[in-house]
Ligand binder design. Sequence first.
Ligand code: VG1
Ligand code: CO
Length: 548
Amino acid sequence: MQIEAVSTQPFEGQRPGTSGLRKKVTVFQQPHYLENFVQSVFDSIGDFAGHALVVGGDGRYFNREAIQTILKMAAANGFSKVLVGQGGILSTPAASCVIRKYGAYGGLILSASHNPAGPDDDFGIKYNIGNGGPAPEGVTEAIFTRTQKIEFYNIIECDDVDVDQIGNFELAGMQVAVIDPVSDYAELMQSLFDFDAIRALLSGNSLSDDFSMAFDAMHAVTGPYAKAIIEGLLGAPDGTVMNGEPKEDFGGGHPDPNLTYAHELVDLLYGDNAPDFGAASDGDGDRNMILGNHFFVTPSDSLAVLAANATLVPGYSAGIAGVARSMPTSAAVDRVATSMGLDCYETPTGWKFFGNLMDADRVTLCGEESFGTGSNHVREKDGLWAVLFWLNILAVRKESVEAILLDHWQKFGRNYYSRHDYEGVDSAAAANVLQNVRDQFGTLPGTELAGRTVASCDDFAYTDPVDGSVSENQGVRILFEDGSRIIFRLSGTGTSGATIRLYLESYEADSRQHGMDAQDALADMIASANDVSQLQALTGRDKPTVIT
Ligand code: VG1
Ligand code: CO
């Protein structure tokens, strides 16, 4: 087998976004496009000779082709070993787990998360470093810089290899280990949670004699993990995991676990004879949505509940070091941290900003409003982990999801919260909306909006307390004296046009006011956000695409 140095030319636009490089499949299918990016990664990450690389993806269309290319390029570039999930499958949290467990140099994860999949839809790739987490901005910028200068890439000339049989083989002097994608992850979950207690709950011996749950894998990567753990190790009845067969096009769906896209699960939990607990995960298995019987838990509240109840769970019984949330995430967890005397960090959007805090043992739990929750057990957000955490809490407290939330709000107050997404809007119009708000930074403070006084306005910037790196322009904020917030951000994960995210938050201490619908509670904030920004006039939209 011969190493070939293939000459190539740079492609424009290979800058990783919030979570890696995401483009249409047709873009990735252009000759050299994937190869250029992979070589740029290898050229930017230091000396990996003699080390291992982890490779796997969410199984979407083009996953298999990409795996073959990466294996041949890893061999040609001098990795000593590649660990690849059987069939090319590894959920994002499982990839993080495997990188850490086997001390790999890093990993390439193939996913566009919840973005739709198929020949006309999206594909993605991102590099994770040796701690198992997404590469920090310094590394992603170095990769991008390299993509603009690349002249050739290295690849082995050979037939495709078989990644469907578990076992080891050699590829041009590099060892390839095809591993079970589930077992290392399942073992880690067993080390964190009380599986006996959850098993008792699921078999009806604990909370009530008819406790039941449903998990919607949305035809994406979590299916095999959820089946093995929830139906297998924890003994839930067959069929508890819905849509558990991963498909290359995710069954034509949009595997984003929210109230809009996970409607099959939502209908079940809001229907007659609803289960006590419902959960869903996304395309690559790192997001989660938590539902009770006729009850929705916002991701921001979920993080706060996990933090407040962490010591009930074996893996966290000794207490947690601190918590972190992304800036747009509600401050519900901040209130828990204050009452527990924990440090609380506010980071820009994207999991890459949590890694340093976890490596430095400053935080144990972190989360984002976008249905992402996780801990220092890996360095990615982890959908199934959050579900097991909730099940463990339910098994110990023997109360309903709703009762746990009402009790939580009673203790800490309620942070009414909502996110309005305007998807696929014109990019220039989206930029104008944010600029329009920025232009009022000088005049808004001190004025009244939505019956509240504006305290300050800014473009959110973050200085990493561990390595001192600075990230600017991470969201336009209007901050009120009573702690309420209106935030505008542009998505960094889309593949066409722009998506404006409008985040709204308002705190209510009085428990007699905790039963409102979030849209009603925030109605004046929503109206003010539109007045200030002229969002709807500038984009020509009269309502959001998705409300969560
Ligand atoms: C979105 C979310 C962000 C999340 C990111 C990756 O980014 O808002 O919180 O970290 O997706 O999640 P953006 O830039 O579109 O707002 V995943 O599950 O897509 O890897
Ligand atoms: Co995801």
